[in-house]
Design a protein around this ligand. Structure first.
Ligand SMILES: [Zn+2]
Length: 489
C-alpha cells in the first residue's frame, strides 16, 4: 500500500493558501487568554477539545502527548510549560485528560511484542536498557485517569521552576460530549522537602509531618502514601502515625476506604484504612472501589470486579469496564460494543452500543452503530431520542444540550427543551443553580426555570456548594457570593 496522506495534505495546503483560507484566522478579536492546556494527542480531541473549551486561534498554548501527562519533572511536556510561563506569559494551566484514553492501559509487554514483530531486535532493546532507559516505565500507561491527572497537576504545581502564583487545575473531558469534570485536589497539607527528605506543611507553611520520608504523595481520605528509606511504600494519617506499614513496591491513594497496593511481583491487591490486606495481590491492574465493587484486570487483560472481601463476583471477561454507578457498570465486549452489567455480573443491557457512559439519575447517553443518539433507561430502552450536537449527563432533572449553532440550553427527562439554547456555554445543575456564560464571555448562574439569578458579569465562577459560590472579578480577585448575589467577602 502506498501511503500518500502527507502528499494529499501538501496539495490541500497549496489550495488553502491560494484561496486565502487563512484570512479568517488572521485577525482574532479574542484576547490571548494567557492559558496553557496540556492534553492527549487522541484524534477525537483534535477539534472537540478547543470547541468544548471555547478556545479560538490565538487563545491558548496547547501541548499534547500520549495521555496528556507530565511523566517526569524535566520531560518535554514540562519544558513546553516552562517556556509557556516564562516566554509566553502563561498564568493558568489546565491539565485535560479524557475518557476512554488509549494511553490508559498501555503496557510495555504489548509494545515489546509489536516492536519485535516490526523488526526491532532484542539486542537493541537490551542496549537501550543498558543505557539506563527503563522502557517499562517509559512506555507504561496509567491505571486510573483521575489519579494520573492528580499526579501531573502535582508535578507541575510543585515543580522547582514553576512560580507559586501559577494556577494549575486538572480535568477529565468526555471524549464524546466534551463535558469537562474537574479533579478535586486536596491541598490542606502540602508536600514539603528538607535535605532531600519529604514531609507535609499546613497552609501557613508550618511543618506538621516531619521531613523524614524518601517520598510522599498527597493526602486523600486522610491518608498519605509515604516511601521509607528501604524504598517501600505505606500510609500515614494526618498526625503522622503509620496506618499501613511500608511493605509495598507501589501504592495508589485511598478511595471509599480502600487503596490498591502492589507487591514485589508487580501484582495489585487492596488494603483497607486499618492496613489489612482485604484482597491478595494477584491482579495486573485494578480500579478503585465504587458502591462496594472494584474493577480488576487479570493476566489475560480481561476486566471483572471484586467485592470488599476480595471475591471475584464479576468474572474477568470484558475488554473494558466502568465503575458501578447506581448498581450498573458499562462493559465493552470483545467486539468493542458496550452494554451494562449489574453487581452480580449479569448483563442487564446487551452489548449493542458504540459508546456508553455512566448512568446519572437513571439515564445514560448512548450512540448506536448508525449514529442514532439518545438517553437509555436502566432497562436499556432508548426513552429520549435526540440529535443534539452534544449533551451532558442529567443532574437535578436537567441535561445541558448544544444545538447546531453552538448554543446551549437544557432538556428535561421527557426530552423537552425547557431552557432554550441561548448560552455560549452551560454547566450541569448543582444545588439548584447552573453556571452559564453569555455572548460577552462572562459567567453567571440560572435557576432550573432558566431565570438568571446571578448576572453574567464574572470572569470565572465555581459551582454553588452549600449555598456559596466563588466568583472572580476583572481584577482576577476571588470573592464568595450567596444565591442572592450578595458578595460575602
Ligand atoms: Zn488519550
Amino acid at each position: 500500500m502506498f501511503c500518500d496522506m502527507i502528499d494529499q495534505i501538501i496539495d490541500f495546503n497549496k489550495s488553502f493558501v491560494a484561496q486565502k483560507g487563512y484570512e479568517k484566522y488572521l485577525t482574532s478579536k479574542y484576547p490571548d487568554k494567557k492559558l496553557a492546556v496540556l492534553s492527549c494527542m487522541d484524534t477525537r480531541l483534535t477539534e472537540l477539545l478547543p470547541a468544548a473549551l471555547g478556545l479560538k486561534n490565538g487563545d491558548a498554548k496547547i501541548i499534547k502527548n500520549a495521555g496528556g501527562l507530565v511523566i517526569s519533572a524535566f520531560d518535554s511536556a514540562m519544558r513546553s510549560l516552562i517556556v509557556a510561563i516564562y516566554e509566553l506569559g502563561v498564568q493558568e494551566i489546565m491539565v485535560v485528560a479524557h475518557s476512554h484514553c488509549g494511553a490508559c492501559h498501555m503496557s510495555y509487554d504489548h509494545f515489546h511484542h509489536e516492536m519485535i514483530a516490526r523488526g526491532v531486535t532484542d539486542e537493541t532493546l537490551d542496549t537501550i536498557r543498558k543505557c539506563g532507559i527503563d522502557l517499562d516505565q517509559w512506555l507504561e500507561g496509567f491505571k486510573d485517569t483521575p489519579t494520573s491527572v492528580r499526579k501531573t497537576v502535582e508535578t507541575i504545581k510543585t515543580h522547582p521552576l514553576v512560580p507559586k502564583d501559577i494556577v494549575v487545575r486538572g480535568f477529565i473531558i468526555d471524549s464524546e460530549t466534551g463535558e469537562l469534570n474537574e479533579i478535586y485536589i486536596d491541598y490542606k497539607l502540602h508536600k514539603i522537602s528538607k535535605n532531600g527528605k519529604y514531609g507535609f506543611a499546613d497552609n501557613k507553611g508550618v511543618e506538621v509531618i516531619p521531613c523524614k520520608w524518601n517520598e510522599v504523595k498527597n493526602y486523600i481520605e486522610g491518608l498519605a502514601p509515604v516511601k521509607d528509606s528501604k524504598g517501600t511504600w505505606g500510609f500515614i494519617d494526618t498526625k503522622g502515625f503509620i496506618v499501613v506499614p511500608c511493605e509495598w513496591k507501589s501504592t495508589e491513594h485511598f478511595h471509599n476506604g480502600f487503596a490498591p497496593v502492589m507487591n514485589i511481583n508487580n501484582k495489585w491487591g487492596f488494603v483497607n484504612a486499618k492496613g489489612d490486606l482485604i484482597c491478595p495481590c494477584k491482579w495486573k491492574y485494578t480500579g478503585f472501589f465504587y458502591e462496594g465493587m472494584a474493577s480488576v484486570q487479570n493476566e489475560d487483560e480481561q476486566w471483572g470486579a471484586i467485592n470488599q472481601i476480595g471475591h471475584e463476583i464479576v468474572p474477568c471477561k470484558w475488554r473494558e469496564m466502568g465503575d458501578f454507578v447506581d448498581g450498573l457498570a458499562f462493559v465493552q465486549n470483545m467486539n468493542e460494543k458496550y452494554g451494562y452489567i449489574d453487581k452480580t455480573g449479569t448483563l442487564i443491557i446487551p452489548c449493542i452500543w458504540k459508546t456508553a457512559h455512566d448512568f446519572s439519575e437513571g439515564l445514560s447517553y448512548v450512540k448506536d452503530e448508525k449514529g442514532n443518539k439518545g438517553f437509555i433507561n436502566k432497562q436499556g430502552s432508548m426513552i429520549i431520542r435526540c440529535d443534539w450536537k452534544s449533551v451532558y449527563s442529567f443532574h437535578e432533572g436537567l441535561a445541558c444540550v448544544e444545538d447546531n449553532n453552538g448554543n446551549w440550553g437544557y432538556i428535561d427527562k421527557t426530552g423537552c427543551l425547557t431552557i432554550p439554547c441561548k448560552w455560549k456555554t452551560a454547566n450541569s445543575f448543582k444545588d439548584g443553580a447552573a453556571i452559564v456564560c453569555d455572548e460577552t464571555g462572562r459567567y453567571g448562574f440560572i435557576d432550573n426555570t432558566g431565570k438568571v439569578i446571578i448576572s453574567c458579569i464574572w470572569r470565572q465562577v465555581t459551582e454553588f456548594n452549600n449555598g456559596i459560590a466563588g466568583v472572580m472579578n476583572d481584577l482576577c480577585k476571588w470573592h464568595h457570593i450567596d444565591k442572592a448575589g450578595r458578595v460575602l467577602d
